[in-house]
Design a protein around this ligand. Structure first.
Ligand SMILES: Nc1ncnc2c1ncn2[C@@H]1O[C@H](COP(=O)(O)OP(=O)(O)OP(=O)(O)O)[C@@H](O)[C@H]1O
Length: 593
């Protein structure tokens, strides 16, 4: 399977129960815990079945003067059963919940590890936000299954089956009444229960709408205020809140009706059976204790059937979640190491060849982002790519990093086709400063260290120095240990770029890719960073995309691109003499690109 589109979150949440089989491979390693969970579940279910008998015995024999000597024993037996029940229930809870948490932790890790191997194409087709919700919401659903529903189902299944047979043996007549009553109750529970669930889903969706709306407008509050839309936003939000209330009201009404029906029916049924039982007790065919035993057991059995129907729909929801997680786990990418993978040499010289490449982005199949693109870059050479916006400059870097595979042609590094090696192997030899700087929610030092995780503090500081970043870092409240907000919001664009450059400096790789690495810097910082970058470029193969003449002029060779093709190449002077696109761009200082 190649990169695939996974099902959207808002599709039917139910799934075939067969999907649950995926979970088995995650539960399998924990056989010992599974054994104990099942053992204690069985013990707890048996004690639940015995409790009514023990209570019946107390009523029949424990209150009688003839048995005065044994009264204590009946009570002790009862207490003994209760102790076993309490221990078994607690132990079952422990093992089952442990299993649920453990399995979900393992699934989360497995899914995340798989996601990290997928190509950008996958994330273009599947929104990252939706995938993250798989990791959190779907795994939580699965957790309810493994960590509770499955065991609730097994326990109630046992109680329902064994209890029904037991009741039938105790009194076929009373059981016959129950056999008519229980299905009626079940139909009500299932039909109305389903309605309540649908209504609560609608109500949850409405609440989510409220959240989404608030999130959107609060995160763009400056736009809301600048366009004086506060009133309109408040009205729109108010409408959403009222919608959510109406949905909740409908749910509450149905639920209240269900509560009335259930209480009325259950207690009427108990009264009816008590009445019928009382006739038997008067006639001497049943003892008082046996009747208590019967009624308690009947309540347990009815409860068990009710729980079964409720758990069934939970199982279905979790099956849907398990199915979606299985899809993620099975998602594969074409961007991976081939079977007969060629290892990159320890030291890479950095000769790069783009061999007659034609490439279309998967989401834009009709226009080629690169057409018959042929470029040879010698080890140590600095090549600048220039051209108007959309010319395909960034695409060249994307292909060199093998984020995509071209439809024809190939990219080689030191004559090794990058498709024939492990992506993680050749990417080690590349340092990349992208157009949009990515800053992680971590300290400044850790953000720089992302370039090389084992770098020492001194190396991190040296990299920051070389990127002309030390000055602003030391001005930050805690220097290198200053925590940066999510996506580095506490930094200016230029500061973020300098951190990205420091990160690339620290990586110390033979191939350097700079995609408008200095575009957000002011003239003074750029001058400083330019010096650092020039030092960095010496001895490395560098591909630089820049819109500023000063950067471009220093390159050994300039490649002028337009519409995915190379339309001219040479040094600044030769290209200026030729005139054409380069001269036009240079005259405009590339700033309009
Ligand atoms: N992920 C993508 N999916 C589909 N099309 C894309 C994608 N990225 C870029 N493109 C398209 O490919 C073409 C080349 O884009 P590219 O980003 O390489 O241009 P560029 O020369 O780097 O432009 P700029 O100077 O604005 O960064 C453009 O037409 C662009 O719309």
């Amino acid at each position: 399977m190649s990169d695939s589109v996974i099902r959207r979150e808002d599709e039917a949440p139910k799934g075939k129960l067969v999907n649950l089989s995926t979970l088995w491979s995650f539960v399998k390693p924990y056989k010992l815990q599974l054994f104990w969970a099942s053992f204690f579940l069985l013990v707890a279910a048996i004690t639940v079945m015995i409790v009514p008998t023990a209570l019946g015995d107390i009523v029949d024999k424990g209150f009688s003067a003839d048995n005065a000597g044994k009264v204590k024993d009946y009570f002790l037996v009862f207490v003994g059963i209760v102790v076993v029940m309490a221990v078994a229930t607690a132990a079952r809870f422990y093992f089952v919940t442990w299993l649920g948490e453990r399995v979900v932790a393992d699934i989360r890790k497995a899914v995340y590890e798989r996601l990290l191997t997928l190509s950008p194409e996958f994330f273009e087709e599947n929104r990252p936000g939706e995938i993250v919700s798989r990791l959190t919401a779907d795994t939580t659903l699965v957790q309810t299954i493994v960590g509770s529903s499955a065991s609730v189902w097994a326990r109630n299944f046992l109680i329902a089956i064994v209890g029904t047979i037991w009741l039938f043996v105790m009194s076929p007549k009373l059981m016959a009444y129950i056999a008519i009553g229980i299905p009626l109750l079940l139909v009500i529970i299932i039909v109305v229960g389903r309605k309540v669930r649908n209504l609560s889903r609608t109500s949850q969706d409405k609440v989510a709408d409220v959240g989404a709306r608030a999130n959107e407008s609060l995160s763009a509050l400056n736009i809301v205020q600048a366009f004086t839309q506060e009133k309109a936003e408040a009205t729109r939000f108010g409408d959403h809140v009222d919608d959510a209330f109406l949905a909740a009201k409908r749910r509450i009404q149905v639920r209240a009706g269900l509560t009335f029906t259930m209480i009325f029916m259950i207690f009427s049924a108990i009264a009816f059976i008590l009445y019928e039982g009382a006739q038997d007790v008067i006639a001497g065919t049943m003892s008082g204790g046996e009747m208590l035993d019967f009624i308690m057991r009947a309540v347990f059995v009815a409860g068990a059937f009710g729980a079964l129907s409720e758990v069934y729909s939970e199982l279905q929801r979790a099956a849907g979640a398990a199915g979606r997680l299985a899809e993620l786990l099975n998602s594969d990418t074409n961007i991976k190491a081939p079977a007969n993978c060629i290892a990159m040499p320890q030291k890479v010289a950095g000769n790069i060849h783009f061999d007659k490449i034609t490439f279309h982005y998967p989401s834009k199949k009709d226009t080629a982002a690169l057409q018959n693109f042929e470029l040879n870059i010698r080890s140590g050479e600095t090549v600048a790519l220039v051209g108007p916006s959309g010319a395909g400059k960034s695409t060249v870097l994307q292909l060199l990093l093998r984020f995509y595979d071209p439809q024809s042609g190939c990219v080689t590094i030191d004559s090794i086709n990058i498709r024939e090696t492990d992506p993680t192997d050749f990417r080690k030899h590349i340092a990349f400063v992208p157009q949009d700087t990515i800053i992680f929610a971590d300290t400044i030092a850790e953000n720089i260290r992302y370039g090389r995780l084992n770098a020492t503090d001194a190396e991190v500081k040296a990299a920051a120095d070389a990127a002309a970043a030390t000055e602003f870092i030391l001005e930050a409240p805690e220097g290198f240990d200053t925590y940066l907000g999510e996506r580095g919001t506490r930094l200016s664009g230029g500061q973020r770029q300098r951190l990205a450059i420091a990160r690339a400096i620290l990586r110390d790789a033979p191939i350097l890719l700079l995609d408008e690495a200095t575009s957000a810097l002011d003239a003074e910082s750029e001058l400083k960073v330019q010096g650092a970058l020039e030092n960095l470029m010496t001895g490395r193969t560098t591909l630089v995309i820049a819109h500023r003449l000063a950067t471009v002029k220093k390159a050994d060779r300039i490649i002028v691109m337009d519409g995915g093709r190379i339309i001219a190449e040479g040094t600044h002077d030769t290209l200026m003499q030729q005139g054409g696109l380069y001269k036009r761009l240079a005259d405009l200082q590339f700033t309009t690109g």
